[in-house]
Ligand binder design. Sequence first.
Ligand code: FE2
Length: 283
Amino acid sequence: MLLRMNLSAAQLASYDRDGFLVLEDFVDAEACAGLRERAAELVRDFDPEGVVSIFSTHEQTRTSDDYFLESGDKIHFFFEENAFHPDGTLRQSKERSINKIGHALHDLDPAFDKFSRTPEIKQLVSDLGIEEPLLLQSMYIFKQPRIGGEVTCHHDATFLYTEPLRLVGLWFALEDATVDNGCLWAIPGGHRLGLKSRFMRAEGGGTRFKVIDDTPWPEEKVQPLEVKKGTVIVLHGLLPHLSRENRSPKSRQAYTLHVIDASSNYPSENWLQRSLEMPLRGF
Ligand code: FE2
């Protein structure tokens, strides 16, 4: 199903230098289509009644959102910020309104579980130096046509911090990603700038950002990562990246998986937590 490969010394050197690595043709077209179809089924079976969570990276929305906070060991659905009329009704179909699904698809959905635990992904994560892998988080991102929202510059370590930091993000393009439909952008080498902030559960409920370094990102150095369907982009946990709005008529669907190392401490203040009945698992 997937192309079997081992990373070369040159690829590892490139990953160390840039903080990301682009591997084309990692997922074949059939597997890409399979995940897209499964995500469509999940959305079809999702009843949006009662769920008024509007996904946004803007602090105040996220901070007050219990549905988001509880999603670490569930399959939850988050809407695009521009999905609603002022009266709270959807502007278009449910299928065209979901921003993403998260954050335990890889443990709770058989199709995503199977995909996430293929030997090729296990090998890739091992090649990247994760010795005792734990699959921490998964997301299915739709980047809907016309209304796909912006994700501002961040690094994933802010949200998925470990001590010491051992975090790898895998971003699987399930459709072609271009500047027009909201591809990833990254600051090459920006992973060496160090940790900027942590997104944590606050005492007494809710969440907060703990700022460690408030120097602005050097966003003038950001570069687009336009990739073909089937490409995986490997992201160092400290790599600054973003994606812009999708104003085009094409969606830009992607599946992301974040892996940590069991030898690192996963702090209990991190926003994403699991219940005791659903511990993290490896491959
Ligand atoms: Fe990210």
